[in-house]
Design a protein around this ligand. Structure first.
Ligand code: CO8
Length: 258
């Protein structure tokens, strides 16, 4: 059904693999549309509790498709930017956690795609960068916005204005990724993190993601009110009764996602 991505579900974990290895998994319109649809499917599938996003071959994603972009005028370029944002925003706002398993180059739109995910685990071979200024472009899938939020304004400007590529250890040091794994351990490590999160109360996981995302960009007073209201919601869920009872009865909780 998908031509440029692979989509697999194994138990509670979905894995999406960008698969255009001959073009370093570059994001053309079709990949962006297929990612949008796949994450829509993940959102609707009640059995899925977490997703992993990775790339096939030696790249995670080496950016937006330069061939496709080279032919666009400014109106079409804007529409392409809008398509990219639509996909990134769907991943960022999905009610389930998404882990980027960054296996190789994550450049331009690829770094932006990784940043739209909740948690990034990098292979020791991964390379990150926003090389758009080498092409006469600027980041257009949220890079100017998400990178400073993750690594601070100064480091984001350093990366975007210089187009310098950094390795996995440096990405870890600056807070662009949360973990680094040996290449052969990457998918197992991402799977472990996904399974750990998938074993927690799903409504609580989803609400916490929502409050972190929505609270981050607003003033503290409004964010505080937002968190207080969200905190109240699970009190009427069966899972909160189950989680607290299981703790008091010294047994493992069984989640129903209700
Ligand atoms: N787009 C299209 N094709 C690509 C891309 C890309 N981003 N990256 C690599 N490819 C293709 C190459 O053209 C090549 O194709 P072919 O075999 O037909 O010649 C194939 O993939 C293999 O690439 P290389 O031979 O270059 O492989 P290397 O191992 O020598 O180098 C690199 C790998 C370092 C990843 C190198 O390919 C590279 O620098 N790629 C471009 C990276 C880049 O500049 N990315 C940023 C693109 S701009 C962007 O992402 C903007 C996002 C926001 C857009 C908003 C629009 C409004």
């Amino acid at each position: 059904m998908y031509e440029t991505i692979k989509y697999e579900v194994n138990g509670a974990i979905a894995t999406v693999t960008v698969s255009r290895p001959k073009a370093m998994n570059a994001l053309n319109s079709q990949v962006l549309d297929e990612l949008y649809d796949a994450f829509g499917e993940i959102g609707e599938n009640e059995n899925i509790r977490a997703a992993i996003l990775t790339g096939e071959g030696k790249a995670f994603v080496a950016g937006a498709d330069i061939g496709e972009m080279s032919k666009l005028n400014s109106v079409e370029g804007r529409a392409f930017g809008e398509k990219g944002h639509r996909t990134m925003n769907r991943i960022e706002n999905l009610e389930k956690p998404v882990i980027a398993a960054v296996n190789g180059f994550a450049l331009g739109g690829g770094c932006e795609l990784a940043m739209a995910c909740d948690i990034r685990i990098a292979s020791e071979r991964a390379k990150f960068g926003q090389p758009e200024v080498n092409l006469g472009l600027i980041p257009g899938f949220g890079g100017n916005l998400r990178l400073p939020r993750l690594v601070g304004k100064g480091m984001a400007k350093y990366m975007i204005l210089s187009a310098e590529m950094i390795g996995a250890e440096e990405a870890l040091r600056i807070g662009l990724v949360e973990k680094v794994a040996a290449p052969e351990e990457l998918m197992a490590e991402a799977g472990k993190v996904a399974e750990t999160i998938a074993s927690k109360a799903p409504i609580a996981v989803s609400l916490a993601k929502n409050v972190i995302n929505n609270g981050y960009d607003i003033d503290m007073k409004s964010a505080s009110a937002y968190e207080i209201n969200a905190f109240g919601i699970p009190f009427s869920s069966e899972d909160m009764k189950e989680g607290t009872s299981a703790f008091l009865e010294k047994r493992k909780a069984e989640w129903k996602n209700r």
